[in-house]
Design a protein around this ligand. Sequence first.
Ligand SMILES: Nc1ncnc2c1ncn2[C@@H]1O[C@H](COP(=O)(O)OP(=O)(O)OP(=O)(O)O)[C@@H](O)[C@H]1O
Length: 302
Amino acid sequence: MAQDETGRNLERHERFRGEYPIVVEGLTNRFGDQVVHEDLDLKVRRGEILGVVGGSGTGKSVLMRSIIGLQVPAEGDIHVFGRSVLDTDPEEDDGIRNRWGVLFQGGALFSTLTVGENVEVPLKQFYPNIDPRLRHEIARYKTILSGLPEEAVSKYPSELSGGMKKRAGLARALALDPELLFLDEPTAGLDPIGAAAFDNLTRELKETLGLTVFLITHDLDTLHEICDRVAVLADRKVIAVDTVPNLMELDHPWIQEYFNGPRGRAALTAQALDELRRHMDKPPAANVVKALDKANSKKDKA
Ligand SMILES: Nc1ncnc2c1ncn2[C@@H]1O[C@H](COP(=O)(O)OP(=O)(O)OP(=O)(O)O)[C@@H](O)[C@H]1O
């Protein structure tokens, strides 16, 4: 079972109240001679969207797979909800595994199952005795919650666009009402409008369902728009975890190139404009405009 910060087992209806639902300590992963992680530490705060970035091959997906128990590390320990994932049999321990949902790169949907049937897979696995009518109803609800039309429930993955497949994968990840959501490059391959819509959905779900989100991405807009903090993987470690503005101050060549390069600056400008538009009609912005008008009219009179 998952545990609270004092080591007490949590009942299924209880949510984790500790500060860090994910704690990675001294993680080392190797494939033959290749060392992907070495003595890597990371703590993910409850209720945050943590973006995970790093150059290609720096081990973002391997880190995620280690946390969800699909990759056994050479060294180190990983605690999820206060419990070591290395001590648990991933096939048997329901107490942790049914408290997270995963959207793998590309969606990883079963092509021979409809969207609804895909969403039902984890429900059947973890709650085999659930009434089939209730299971269909939960799958339908999760599909709609993920922003798909109701008709999508009976469609096969081959009948869906790339963006719809991602949403179907998200519906499956949400099937068990998880507290933790893992997203591996959710906006890769989406057009900018589809990517922005997916970002908004992620933010809304985090806020309404109280999720903690571990989000691997290369998408600078996503980092600026929805991530509370960002962890940077380089040199086999997490070299920094901070807000984007704070990371931009750091004097590391990859961080500077990534956030302050032309694409990073374009994303920042887009976010600033977006923010301005969002607040255009709200009091702070309106007050600034009023104050400026007042100051200008005084200047004119003088
Ligand atoms: N099962 C495996 N066997 C051997 N090597 C692996 C395995 N899984 C990952 N690797 C290697 O580990 C390194 C990190 O892979 P990973 O997929 O985590 O990178 P990433 O940071 O997610 O990259 P990208 O941004 O390109 O998706 C790569 O060099 C990869 O080839």
